[in-house]
Design a protein around this ligand. Sequence first.
Ligand code: 6PG
Length: 231
Amino acid sequence: MVDYINRMLQQQEQFTIALSGGSTPKKLYQLLAAENFKNKIDWQKLHVFWGDERYVPFNDERNNAKMAFDILLNHVPVPLTQIHKIRTDIEPEISAKQYEKILYQYFSPDSRLKTRGSSLTTFDLVLLGLGDNAHTLSLFPGYEAIHEKKSWVLSVFLKEENSTRITLTAPVVNRAACIVFLVSGADKAEAVSHVLLNDYVPDLYPAQIIKPLNGELHWFMDEASAARIKK
Ligand code: 6PG
């Protein structure tokens, strides 16, 4: 990640990243904030976003932005004006619209119609996790949001959690220059094999909807989560 960020920053003035939530990326964020890596990134040039957010207050332990601030962002000099939390202090639909507007300003300032052209690139890097039900972002099995074609950000009520989340969608994530899944633990092994080896049925395995149009896709897994795909 450090190499990639530095390489991109040799060609461009800023680096845009969408962070993932959940528990898996905590170790990555800890590492990035540790002495060894912290000084190898020009944090002033990073522009930080999130892939999804649980609709809970910022000071709630389940809030993805809080986790990233606690572990990473409070320890590195990214200017606050370049950190774009998904707001949970306003109505979820309004928050989704506001976030979409910020993303348009970054990636498609002239017109949203431009997004129809497949050459538009959005994030330099999107970090993603995988749920044991094969969800990624807040795209859960069986929900329409999986197949969203137009909106870049949606608010979704999840009946299994009796709660709302706000999530990026495939149209914006699949236009990233690089997408990285980070998965660990035996409890993810089945989901990993479904997503990577089964037929394409994103309604059942939503992470399959992640297919970069022009960018790169990488999966980083530990032995346990990759157990079922090993030859
Ligand atoms: C979230 C994430 C979600 C997550 C997976 C894996 O906020 O929950 O956006 O997609 O990455 O659920 O979560 P764990 O790493 O906690 O297993």
